[in-house]
Design a protein around this ligand. Sequence first.
Ligand SMILES: Nc1ncnc2c1ncn2[C@@H]1O[C@H](COP(=O)(O)OP(=O)(O)OP(=O)(O)O)[C@@H](O)[C@H]1O
Ligand SMILES: [Mg+2]
Length: 290
Amino acid sequence: MSALPILQLKAVGKSYGATRVLKGIDLDVMRGEIVTLIGPSGSGKTTALRCMNFLEAYDEGEVWIKGQLLGYRSTGRTERDRDSEASIAEVRRPVAMVFQQFNLWPHMTVLANVAAPLVLSKKIGKNEARRLALAALQRVGLEHKADAYPARLSGGQQQRVGIARALAIEPEVMLLDEPTSALDPELVEEVLSVIRSLAQDGMTMVMVTHEMSFAAKISDKVVFMEAGKIVEAGAPAQLFGNTQTPRLQQFLKPWFDRSLSPATLGASSANSNQSAQEAVALATQIRGAV
Ligand SMILES: Nc1ncnc2c1ncn2[C@@H]1O[C@H](COP(=O)(O)OP(=O)(O)OP(=O)(O)O)[C@@H](O)[C@H]1O
Ligand SMILES: [Mg+2]
């Protein structure tokens, strides 16, 4: 098949008023790839992710999804005509988003939350939507919670519903913005494990995360952003093991220190022992290579 990226950003820029928060982002995401965005708070990770499906309108450069320009009618650098909402929806159709704060509707059951986008935007009939929603819930191990309301679920379960809602539309690319950062530490693993299983199934994903050892293990490509720019990008072994910039070294240092500290080892309880050990092994290996 062709080597056309499924998602491509070319010199994407975005300003809020006079503040330019994205300063020329270039990124190619190939089908089946897992790309993680890391970087300090305020570096533009969420904004970049939201520009990838035009939840946020970028105002410089281009975003292409499966060879179609997203958001605008032409590629000119200035005074571009915004596309119609119908065309934007059509171009972004292969892309689904998972939010940090889950964004579930509290007054609707889990099943209704997952089925709603199918009925509302994909115009799928109620029975078929219900069938697809149940299949998506099964995929994240929560079909038994179909009739529950979100408030009755743990944070980890709520985020798995968020993932099921994204999966139900049968996306070709999933965008995940810090999917575990709103969770208590003991609930993180169940969500990471769902994401891991999606990765094993070949789902294309772009994910913002602070889970560094997870990013190192799961990603094909890691992108380090700072102040609206990509400072370094590459395979995890390259980025973590052969860090090029002092800025990334500085960003990674607390993680290395934490992963290697006796406190981390001591604090790891029976069920998190394995992942703690893996993180430590990885950090040691990477640090050894730095
Ligand atoms: N709606 C908005 N209006 C004005 N400024 C904004 C808006 N959203 C984001 N910003 C600013 O844009 C910059 C990038 O924000 P963004 O949320 O993309 O960062 P981030 O890398 O996701 O940070 P974090 O790790 O804290 O989530 C920040 O300086 C932020 O204050
Ligand atoms: Mg963010």
